[in-house]
Design a protein around this ligand. Structure first.
Ligand code: FAD
Ligand code: NAD
Length: 480
């Protein structure tokens, strides 16, 4: 109902929710010939999240790390319908998605409903705030492109306001205190980037203020980057110490106010005045994911995310009304709870796996329809009938082999993070062990690894030229 798609009634419809790592990797590998494919996402582009902190300080331009979803789907055998909208609800029994889009140009919200045969649920996660007072109101986040752009504007606002004549010494120090909450890779990479901006650019343009800019990283746990090896944690902490980034571990943020943050450490509360606070406190489920889980209360019990089987099918009760006998919903990436970390690496491998799985399913659907044609055929000629039986035999054997779809297998390529001062850290699988490396050479490796992982030649060219521009001319300190 509702929406007209480039629809072929003889083919089944795959609806993909999201245009992030999981969804885009699926779209890249998916053979659309045998399916109607529709992508629904509130943003009509893919965002290369690993380089988002670089956009936040202007090392890279926003447009360099995004790629329109239509660019990814443009060469597909059959056209893919891309709809810029947010899925509001999913009815897993009727197999429908209700979606809506608010258009400021129309000044209204449009709503529609579409049918699916298979749903690929890849909506990612949102930032966890633990309901801590003031976070949503006063903090910046570092999840979407708009967050990085907002941060850039606010950072320059703090600096320009501190430069305004007549500010008190106390107010200047407050405005120039940048607080990052969360010692995971997002918080660490952002702190490193702010430090680079300060050293490379702000010191030249605002010499009277630059020495007073302070960066504080707050982490509740005893150390930062718990997913990295101990020696890389130590290396990061000593690099931050040299860079005068103050790491406060075992310190929990309790409240964020508009001009200060309340922290607790060793059972004592302190109030730290700040100009800008970025919240990088980890992931939590989107409301839509919680809603989807509520349809299957007996199987969807993990509070971290959707439970899926090893073919990425949503775990549903065996009594679930599903004509195929198995779930028609697949879920991948940050919205799922699995033994893997919620990373781009996992989501993109899962997307590529699903593309292969749908390829196998298309072959199976084709074989089944040929089988039913052959079974119905009334062949009088005994020679032709023999051929028909042989073909049935071949197809049945093919189908039996196709039943054994391989489960998803994650291949870890290593963990990489930029820590500022032209240094990066990497934990790389090496033989049966691990190679932990940090420094300038690892930074060059980090750059080349991300350059080659970028989705398109266009992105690679833009990012490489932004790096060159920044090296030659520095970052732009103008405020948009
Ligand atoms: P996402 O990529 O977040 O995509 C979710 C998509 O769903 C988005 O397009 C969103 O618009 C869409 N969506 C949201 N709500 C709806 C809705 N209601 N209906 C339809 N669509 C919806 N991982 C690494 O492995 N290496 C890194 O270096 C790295 N760096 C990172 C740096 C930063 C700053 C951040 C924030 C994350 C980083 N990650 C990194 C983690 C990585 O980005 C995530 O694990 C990855 O994005 C997960 O992919 P996903 O497809 O599940 O979700
Ligand atoms: P995270 O979950 O890794 O880290 C969040 C940190 O915030 C935690 O260490 C937590 O203890 C801390 N925290 C939460 N509430 C706090 C509070 N009130 N006070 C003080 N500290 C608090 O989150 P992330 O860094 O955004 O990463 C999310 C996911 O994305 C992870 O799986 C990560 O591996 C992945 N990621 C990877 C890279 C990379 O590989 N370079 C970069 C960014 C993100």
């Amino acid at each position: 109902p509702g929406l007209q798609l480039p629809h072929d009634d003889s083919k089944k419809t795959i609806a993909i929710l999201g245009s992030g790592w999981g969804a885009s990797s699926l779209l890249k590998g998916l053979d659309t010939e045998e399916w109607n494919v529709v992508v629904i996402s509130p943003r009509n582009y893919f965002l290369f999240t690993p380089l988002l902190p670089s956009v936040a300080v202007g090392t890279l331009d926003s447009r360099s790390i995004i790629q329109s979803t239509r660019y990814i789907t443009r060469h597909k055998k059959r056209a893919v319908k891309v709809i810029e909208a947010e899925a509001q609800d999913i009815d897993p029994v009727a197999k429908t998605i209700t979606l809506s889009d608010h258009s400021p140009i129309v000044g209204a919200t449009s709503t529609s409903t579409i049918n699916y045969d298979y749903l690929v649920y890849a909506v990612g996660a949102e930032t966890q705030t633990f309901g801590i007072p003031g976070v949503k109101e006063h903090a910046c986040f570092m999840k979407e492109l708009g967050d990085a752009e907002k941060f850039q504007g606010q950072l320059m606002d703090c600096v320009e306001t501190a430069a305004f004549p007549g500010q008190s010494e106390e107010e200047i120090d407050r405005l120039l205190h940048m607080v990052v909450v969360g010692g995971g890779p997002t918080g660490i990479e952002l702190s490193g980037e702010i430090h680079d901006f300060l050293e490379d650019d702000l010191k030249s343009w605002y010499p009277e203020l630059a020495e007073r800019i302070k960066i504080t990283l707050i982490e509740a746990l005893p150390s930062v980057l718990p997913m990295f090896s101990k020696q890389l944690i130590d290396y990061t902490e000593s690099t931050f110490k040299d860079a005068k980034i103050d790491i406060k571990t075992k310190t929990m943020v309790k409240e964020v106010k508009d001009k200060s943050v309340i922290v607790e450490s060793n059972g004592q509360r302190h109030e730290l005045p700040m100009g800008l606070l970025v919240w990088a406190g980890g992931n939590t489920l989107r409301p839509l994911t919680k809603k989807l889980m509520s349809y299957f209360p007996s199987t969807q019990t993990n509070r971290r995310g959707l439970s899926v089987d090893n073919h990425l099918r949503l775990l549903v009760p065996s009594t679930s009304p599903d004509p195929t006998g198995s779930s028609s919903i697949f879920a991948l990436g940050d919205c799922t709870a699995s033994s893997y970390a919620p990373t781009a690496q996992v989501a993109s491998q899962q997307g590529a796996y699903l593309a292969r799985l749908f390829g196998q399913m298309a072959k199976r659907e084709k074989a089944l329809s040929r089988l039913s044609e052959l079974a119905k055929a009334d062949v009088a000629d005994p020679v032709k009938d023999e051929e028909r039986k042989k073909e049935i035999d071949v197809i049945e054997k093919q189908l039996a082999r196709a039943e054994q779809q391989r489960p998803f297998h994650y291949s870890h390529q290593g963990s990489l993070a930029y820590i500022g001062s032209e240094k990066a850290i990497a934990d790389l699988p090496f033989g049966s062990g691990n190679l932990a490396t940090g420094g300038v050479a690892t930074y060059l490796f980090w750059r080349s690894a991300y350059l080659s992982t970028l989705f398109s030649l266009r992105n690679r060219t833009l990012v490489a030229s932004d790096w060159l521009k920044t090296k030659i001319f520095g970052r732009d300190v103008s405020r948009e």
